[in-house]
Write a protein that binds this ligand. Structure first.
Ligand SMILES: CC(C)(COP(=O)(O)OP(=O)(O)OC[C@H]1O[C@@H](n2cnc3c(N)ncnc32)[C@H](O)[C@@H]1OP(=O)(O)O)[C@@H](O)C(=O)NCCC(=O)NCCS
Length: 161
């Protein structure tokens, strides 16, 4: 199968449209944002290609998209091959989440394109600092200009602990 990265098309989505029911959202996303992001395809991408997002349910993902300020999706025709999202206050802090590339497209620049598009989104670009938390992607983020922050600690408060 042809894995030429020039086949890929990336789109940005605003979380607000995800408040709408699919019947309205999908056509509106297509007209305003260029492409709709069906939550079922997102669920499958996370299930097959991440360890942290495998158990996410459709309703939870819909809520997660509504709560995201910037969402980027990358498509090979109608197949979702990469995603990433960001939350941001628009001035001080932004955080990248769930950057995932489908396994057969990894190593071809799709991850870089998703992150660069997230960083270029106005609400992220205006933030003083952009954070990314990663288990296996440290080298990837370093290639994209992030540095490991040795002075800060990652603190976690987990519901149920
Ligand atoms: C990590 C991930 C997003 C990278 O996406 P990708 O499309 O394969 O990466 P790209 O092809 O855009 O790579 C960009 C650069 O990072 C490097 N790179 C990619 N993954 C890397 C890794 N795990 N370690 C070190 N370098 C890496 C590439 O070699 C490339 O370097 P270059 O500047 O020399 O060309 C992808 O492998 C993935 O989805 N992994 C599973 C989910 C995951 O672990 N996500 C972590 C982020 S939360």
């Amino acid at each position: 199968m042809n894995k030429d990265p020039s086949r890929l098309r990336s789109f940005s989505h605003g979380g607000r449209l995800f408040w709408l029911p699919a019947l309205l959202r999908v056509p509106l996303q297509r007209s305003l944002e260029g492409h709709a992001l069906p939550v079922g395809q997102l669920q499958k991408l996370l299930m097959d290609n991440s360890f942290w997002g495998r158990a996410r349910r459709l309703a939870g993902l819909l809520r997660c998209l509504r709560g995201s300020d910037v969402i980027v999706s990358t498509w090979d025709r109608d197949d979702l091959v990469a995603v990433g999202r960001a939350t941001t206050d628009g001035i001080y802090r932004a955080v990248l989440w769930d950057v995932v590339v489908r396994r057969d497209w990894q190593g071809r620049g799709a991850g870089r394109a998703v992150v660069n598009r997230l960083l270029a989104a106005p609400a992220v670009r205006c933030a003083e600092r952009v954070y990314a938390m990663t288990t296996h992607g440290k080298g990837f983020y370093q290639r994209l200009g992030f540095h490991e922050e040795g002075k800060q600690h990652l603190m976690l408060f987990r519901k149920g602990d």
